[in-house]
Design a protein around this ligand. Structure first.
Ligand code: UD1
Length: 326
């Protein structure tokens, strides 16, 4: 019995695949390597290809005796999704539908989906729980919402799924040998690391006039290894007959951009050059999770704090200044 991890060579996928292996589970990764790195997987089995390739997926399911899937493979850049909607809908929506079709045809009916807190758009208030209305504000967020709805419809044909709505994934593996590629990411922690290691001159803080305690935006940063653990718990939940579910994966703790800057300076003993600039369009003031559901149903809670997020990301970049080899 093997877990198929699509997008397994990506940031969260590789951490999850590694955790599963550490726990003694059989794992096979499927990744196009368009944005993933073979090196992130060590000696774990990797099939290079696309989730929409019916023959390849069917063959992989048979060869590895796949019985459940964690589906990470998708594009995730909000700005890019606005300028390239076709690519996003094709890769994130059409390909996911094709994947589910092939899985069902091959008797695989347990599915964990990499969703996002972006499905809530700008919530009316935080902490946000799963009953909040879904109001995606970008093509990227819409593709995640669409697949969540599609998965719920597939209950009728015997699919059972857990959609995990990640808040802000950050940090790196404890070993210092796996982490995030900061070259393309526009997210806060990778940008901070780029300032410390990658030659970006300074961090631009997008606005300090929000209605938050220090005026900068508040988010819920979750350590990538805690996120990986949420996937394992979701698989176990499905394996023991759990019903389809969508739940938040967040700490419940809000952190402002300024607090993150201060934490970075404290953890690294380096000063982080920064400047406040104008707001980034579309940024909600404060978004953090109500993690009650995931605690109750999956027995998951975050075990690593902000300090560990920064320390682990820093360790990874310090040890691997060039990231993974291409
Ligand atoms: C973004 C996406 C979200 C996606 C998530 C994880 C948007 C509107 N939302 O969330 O859909 O699921 O990433 O990939 O793009 N910040 C700065 N300076 C920077 C970068 C960020 O001040 O150079 C601030 C932002 O204003 C924000 C916070 O840091 O308040 C976090 O930003 P980011 O890491 O991009 O995550 P989100 O915007 O929360």
């Amino acid at each position: 019995m093997t877990v198929l991890v699509t997008g397994g060579a990506g940031y969260i996928g590789s951490h999850t695949a590694r955790l599963l292996t550490e726990l003694g589970r059989e794992v096979v990764a499927l990744d196009t390597l368009e944005r993933g790195y073979r090196d992130s997987l060590g000696d774990l089995d990797l099939v290079v290809g696309d989730v929409a390739d019916e023959r390849l997926v069917a063959k992989t399911c048979r060869k590895y005796d796949v019985d459940s899937v964690i589906h990470f493979a998708a594009y995730k850049a909000v700005g890019e999704s606005v300028s390239e909607p076709l690519r996003y809908y094709k890769n994130n929506v059409s390909s996911s539908i094709a994947l589910v079709e092939t899985l069902m045809a091959n008797g695989v009916n347990k599915f964990v989906f990499s969703s996002s807190a972006a499905v809530y758009g700008t919530p009316d208030s935080s902490p946000v729980n799963e009953d909040a209305p879904l109001r995606p504000q970008s093509p990227y967020a819409q593709t995640k919402t669409d697949i969540e709805h599609f998965l719920r419809s597939c209950d009728a044909i015997g699919l059972r799924s857990v959609s995990l709505r990640y808040f802000n994934a950050a940090g790196a593996h404890d070993s210092g040998d796996m982490g995030e590629d900061f070259s393309l990411a526009a997210n806060l922690v990778p940008v901070i690391m780029r300032v410390l290691f990658g030659g970006q001159e300074q961090l631009e803080i997008f606005g300090d006039d929000y209605p938050t305690p220090d005026g900068t935006c508040v988010r819920d940063y979750v350590h990538v290894s805690d996120l990986a653990d949420a996937h394992v718990k979701a698989l176990d939940y499905l394996a023991t007959g759990g019903k389809s579910l969508a739940c938040n994966v967040g700490t419940g703790q809000g952190t402002s951009v300024r607090q993150l800057v201060e934490m970075t300076e404290s953890v690294t003993s380096r000063s982080l050059p920064h400047e406040v600039v104008g707001r980034r369009p579309g940024d909600p003031a404060a978004v953090y999770a109500d993690p009650t559901l995931i605690r109750a149903v999956l027995g998951w809670r975050a075990t690593r704090d902000l300090r560990e997020i920064i320390a682990s990301a820093y360790r990874w970049h310090e040890r691997h200044p060039e990231g993974y080899a291409r």
